[in-house]
Design a protein around this ligand. Structure first.
Ligand SMILES: [Zn+2]
Length: 523
C-alpha cells in the first residue's frame, strides 16, 4: 500500500495529466479509486468553481433580462402616462365649474377649455385641458380613437362657423363644392356690407371635409373616390375674421339666420342663393331646406374636431386644403378651432342686441318653428288630417297616456290644446287641456293648464306649468320609448336622439317659457 501523500508512478502520471487539463482529466471519468485524494479534492474544487461560474453567468443573464423587462415596462408606462393625461373629467357642468375656477385664479398663462369625447356607446364625456396639452394628447391617439369635440361655450367669443350637410342621394343635382363656393362668396359680401370686414378665402377660411381615410384605402385619390360615393356631403367651414370675432355662438347664429333670410328673399334673383337649397328626403321634388345646418348655434354646442370621426363612424374630418392650409397637423388643428381667438380679435367682438331670447330669432327664421293647434285622442280615427299635422303623433299619444296614468287622471283626460315644435332644438312642447295635474303641487291646478316638454336629445319628457309659483320646479324626467324616438320626424327632419348635443335647450327655464307662450300667441 502506498501512502496517500507519496508520489508513486501512477500519481506522477496523473499529475502530468493534471497539468494538461484538470477538466479533461475529470471528464474522462477516470476510475475514482485510481485517483489520489488531492486529485479528488481538486476535481471537487474545480466543480464548485465551475458551478459558481455558471451560476454567475445565469445570474447575470437573468439580471439583464429583468433589467430589460423593467426598462420596457417603464417605457410602456411612460407612453401610457402620456396618453392618459391628467385632465379633469366629469359632467359638463362640473368641468365648466372647474375651468372657471382655475382660469379665474391665474390671469396669465394658457386658459383651460372644455373638450368632449364620444365613447363607443355614443355617450359624451367632458374634460378640461389647455389647447396645447389637449393637442399633445390628441395627436398620439390612433385615428380610430379620435371622437373628440370642442365645446363652444355659452358667452364665449368664437369665430364664424358653418356645418354644411346634405344627403347625396336626395340631391343628385346639387354640387356640394360649388354650393360651398357660392356660400363663401355671399358670406364675403355680407360681412363687408354689415360689418365692413374684408376676408380673403386663402387667409381666413379653413374648410374641413368628413371623409373616409381607412388604413386599407391605398391612396388619397381612392379615399376621395369613396368619399364621393358616401351618402352624406358633410363639411365644416370656419371663417376667422381679421381682427374681429363674434361675442358668442348665439350671435353667430343671429348673423347666419339673418343671412339665411336674405338668401330666401334673393333666391329667385341670385343664382348663388339658389345653390344653397337642398332636399332632406329623396321623395321631395322641391329643394326647400338650407345646406347650412341652422341648429348648430345653440348654447354649449359640441363641434367635431379636425381628425375626429363620430363614434362608430369612419368619416374623419380632414382639411380640404382648398383655402388656408398648412403642412403641419398641429397648425391646422389650432386654426380650425372655433373658440381659439387671438388678443386682437377679442378686442373687437360683433354682437347683436336682440338675441338673448332664442325664440325671437327662431320665429323670424325660415321654417325653424313649426306649430299647430288642437289634438284629441278621441278624434284620432275620425279626423286623420288633423292627426297628420301633429308631428310624432305616436309619441304624443304615448306621453298623454303616460301623463294620465302617473297623474292618476280620473275624469279629465289630457289633450293637446296647442303645440310648438323646434326642429333646430329637438324639442316639442305640448300645451294641455283637460288634465291639469302639476307635479310641483302634487294635485290639479284650479285654473292654470300645464304643459309637457318632449326633449329629443335625451329622449325624455317632463311636465312644466304656467303658474308663476311653479317657476323653477324640478320635474321628473321620464323616458320616451326608443323605438318611437327612432321614428320621430319633425318637419322632415329626423330628430337626433342622443346625437350631438350635450346640453339641452329644454333645461332652460326661459327657453321653455317663451316657447310655450309663443305657441299660445301663434294660435
Ligand atoms: Zn304647477
Amino acid at each position: 500500500m502506498r501512502e496517500p501523500s507519496s508520489r508513486g508512478p501512477l500519481s506522477s502520471q496523473s499529475n502530468r495529466d493534471d497539468d494538461n487539463s484538470k477538466l479533461f482529466y475529470s471528464k474522462r471519468n477516470k476510475d475514482n479509486e485510481t485517483r489520489t485524494e488531492k486529485e479528488k479534492r481538486q476535481d471537487y474544487l474545480y466543480e464548485i468553481e465551475e458551478a459558481k461560474r455558471k451560476r454567475n453567468i445565469k445570474e447575470y443573464e437573468e439580471e439583464q433580462r429583468k433589467k430589460k423587462k423593467e426598462e420596457e415596462e417603464e417605457q410602456r408606462k411612460k407612453k401610457k402616462e402620456q396618453r392618459k393625461p391628467r385632465f379633469v373629467r366629469g359632467l359638463q357642468d362640473e368641468v365648466f365649474e372647474h375651468i372657471d375656477k382655475k382660469n379665474g385664479e391665474s390671469a396669465s398663462g394658457e386658459k383651460l377649455v372644455c373638450w368632449s369625447f364620444e365613447n363607443f356607446h355614443q355617450k359624451r364625456k367632458f374634460c378640461a385641458a389647455t389647447r396645447e396639452k389637449f393637442f399633445e394628447y390628441y395627436s398620439i391617439l390612433n385615428e380610430n380613437e379620435r371622437h373628440h369635440y370642442e365645446i363652444i361655450r355659452d358667452n364665449e367669443p368664437c369665430h364664424l362657423y358653418f356645418d354644411l350637410e346634405f344627403d347625396r342621394d336626395a340631391n343628385a343635382d346639387v354640387d356640394g363644392v360649388k354650393s360651398t363656393d357660392a356660400l363663401l362668396d355671399l358670406i364675403k359680401e355680407e360681412l363687408y356690407e354689415k360689418h365692413n370686414v374684408t376676408i380673403a378665402l386663402n387667409k381666413h377660411v379653413v374648410e374641413l371635409e368628413s371623409i373616409i381615410t381607412e388604413s386599407n384605402v391605398a391612396s388619397i385619390e381612392q379615399a376621395k373616390e369613396i368619399s364621393k360615393k358616401s351618402k352624406k356631403f358633410s363639411r365644416h367651414v370656419i371663417v376667422r375674421l381679421p381682427g374681429a370675432a363674434f361675442k358668442s355662438n348665439i350671435h353667430v347664429g343671429k348673423f347666419v339666420k339673418d343671412f339665411w333670410n336674405s338668401v330666401c328673399e334673393r333666391r329667385a334673383s341670385d343664382e348663388r342663393c339658389e345653390k344653397l337649397f337642398i332636399r332632406k328626403e329623396q321623395s321631395e321634388t322641391e329643394r326647400q331646406y338650407s345646406i347650412i345646418d341652422l341648429g348648430v348655434y345653440t348654447r354649449n354646442r359640441a363641434f367635431r374636431l379636425f381628425l375626429s370621426s363620430k363614434a362608430k363612424k369612419k368619416e374623419v374630418l380632414q382639411c380640404t386644403r382648398r383655402f388656408w392650409t398648412h403642412r403641419e397637423e398641429r397648425d391646422i388643428f389650432y386654426r380650425s378651432l372655433v373658440t381659439n381667438i387671438d388678443k386682437e380679435q377679442s378686442k373687437n367682438l360683433i354682437e347683436y342686441h336682440n338675441v338673448t331670447v332664442p325664440l325671437s330669432q327662431m320665429s323670424n327664421g325660415c321654417a325653424n318653428i313649426f306649430s299647430g293647434h288642437g289634438y284629441r285622442r278621441d278624434s284620432l280615427s275620425q279626423n286623420p288630417t288633423k292627426q297628420k299635422e301633429l308631428p310624432c303623433a305616436e309619441l304624443v299619444e304615448f306621453v298623454l297616456n303616460d301623463f294620465d296614468s302617473w297623474s292618476d287622471a280620473k275624469m279629465n283626460k289630457a289633450a293637446v290644446r296647442s303645440w310648438v315644435a323646434f326642429p333646430d332644438h329637438d324639442t316639442l312642447i305640448l300645451n294641455l287641456v283637460g288634465n291639469r295635474y302639476c307635479e310641483n303641487i302634487k294635485r290639479q291646478h284650479k285654473s292654470n293648464n300645464v304643459m309637457l316638454i318632449l326633449d329629443f336629445q335625451r329622449g325624455v319628457y317632463h311636465q312644466k306649468c304656467h303658474d308663476p309659483d311653479c317657476k323653477g320646479m324640478n320635474p321628473q324626467l321620464r323616458e320616451l320609448p326608443v323605438n318611437m324616438l327612432q321614428r320621430a320626424i319633425i318637419n322632415g327632419r329626423a330628430l337626433p336622439f342622443e346625437r350631438e348635443e350635450p346640453k339641452c335647450e329644454s333645461d332652460d327655464e326661459e327657453f321653455w317659457q317663451s316657447a310655450a307662450s309663443a305657441a299660445e300667441r301663434l294660435w
